[in-house]
Design a protein. Sequence first.
Length: 380
Amino acid sequence: MLKKFILFTTLIAAFALAACGGGPGGPGGGPEAGAGGGDGELAAELSVYNWADYIDEELLTQYEEEHGVKIIYDTYASNEDLLAKLNAGAEGYDVIFPSDYMVSIMIDQGLLAEIDVSTMSNIGNMDPQFMNAPFDPDNKHCVPYQWGTTGIGYRAGNEYFEANEPTSWKYLFDPEYLAEFADGGVNVLNDPRELSAAAAIYLGFDANTTDPAEMDQMLEVMLAAKPFWKTFNSEDYPSTLLVPDEVVLSHGWSGGVAQAYYETYDDEAEDGNWYYSIPEEGAVKWLDNICITATSERYDTAVHFMNFLLDAENGAAITNYVYYGSPNKAAEEFILPEILEDPSIYPPADVQEKLYWLTEASDEGAQAYDELWTAVKAGN
């Protein structure tokens, strides 16, 4: 059996001591194409805008071959990039994958079509705990896609980490600690809310704080650490930074680090090169969602594609490829055992108690985060 890609016993001990437009009547007509998964009158093509490395692209080919719909596929690096693209007037995208807090923002801005989940034959596959989320009551706009946590990935073969497992955010923000290993390279996610939340949790603040004094302290901490950070990368860091050992530590999403672990897995050693830690102070947990843009003119085909992704075997294929937790309960039968049994992907209850959702900020709060991020990126 594969060795787990984190050293979790130390982490659990640390937690014990310390205590994540359209709609049924909208563009494209009614819901008949999504009903029961039938083809109905499907469009010739469908534009899908997703996070990088976030689906087994063989599923896209399978959908094209089975249903005669050409998938136009594009990727983005952060929720803010997605929002900016839509606000800039991009109207060609049909299906998008925003995270929890961003769903709230997009609903408020009228960027998402309403959907009727009762028309999706596979909606019953979903785990009830991920349905009817506070950011989208009754799933009127989206259905769950994947979920996970944001923590620290570190190079298993690095001598420093053999004696110092990074189970605290201080390894990302404290210059005294960074100075010991940063010459090997440190990456942080190029994501304003994620990096800000990590700094807030490190300082003991609410992950969603907009208090000016607290945000000033977060900025001070990030600017002090920034000289030790080699890269800001959230789009392809597993393949371009972790696997080729361009860095020794990375702020990262659970599945991204897991991908690096399994890509470097050695059968003889029964181990991979990258481990993952959920810091003892706590961390962000998140739920990404499948939604339809309000400007989509291929609503029925978009619903049909969403239903295709909710199929049990297709849902498992996504998780087996991206190494994130699946909200698809029926998919568990087909998910690799080493993924289901990995506590870094499916954290135990005592760890989940210290995981926090990111929530939508007010207009003033969103502006404060924009200003904080601009100051971080511009600072020396």
